[in-house]
Design a protein around this ligand. Structure first.
Ligand code: AMP
Length: 146
């Protein structure tokens, strides 16, 4: 088991560790599924945030959700991609953290999610907090001990 003597980093603000919104690929409400599929394919990300016109977080969208939405009884109905809006496909039941939350809350939630969306007090998307960033922090912390 990893033994961490100094737990101060658990209290540091999440804002120190987030990938800021302007660097995060996203889609907007009203975009169609074809556009979202292109963004997901080109970026290679497993899921991306859906924002409204005021940059407020509305949900998350993955390739799996899109494919599931066009699954017909006998075949995949690709022709529906153009008419389907991301609004109807996205998952709105997602955990979020606030820019004012501490590292520890993010760490607890990251156990079950590869990344978390971070929002400000108005629900405006501020960025993401990823497992990769956390692992990098732990690596830095553990190696600096030797
Ligand atoms: P990572 O920890 O970098 O492997 O990222 C895990 C997941 O976080 C990715 O599969 C994406 O769903 C999401 N993600 C990470 N970076 C970005 C980004 N710049 N834009 C959109 N989504 C991202």
């Amino acid at each position: 088991m990893i033994s961490v003597n100094n737990r101060d980093f658990l209290l540091t603000p999440i804002s120190d560790y987030i990938i800021s919104a302007e660097k995060v690929a996203n889609v907007q409400l009203g975009n169609n599924a074809e556009h979202a599929l292109l963004v997901l394919t080109k970026t290679g990300y497993s899921s991306i945030p859906v924002l409204d016109s005021k940059d407020r977080l509305q949900g998350l969208l993955s390739m799996g959700m899109i494919m599931d939405s066009i699954l017909g009884i006998a075949h995949i109905e690709y022709e529906r991609l153009f008419d389907l809006k991301v609004d109807a496909i996205m998952n709105t039941d997602i955990p979020t953290i606030r820019t004012t939350d501490r590292f520890q809350r993010g760490l607890d939630l990251l156990i079950n999610h590869p990344f978390l969306c971070v929002v400000d007090e108005d629900g405006v998307f501020a960025g993401i907090f990823t497992r990769r960033v956390v692992l990098k922090q732990f690596k830095k912390y553990i190696y600096s001990d030797q």
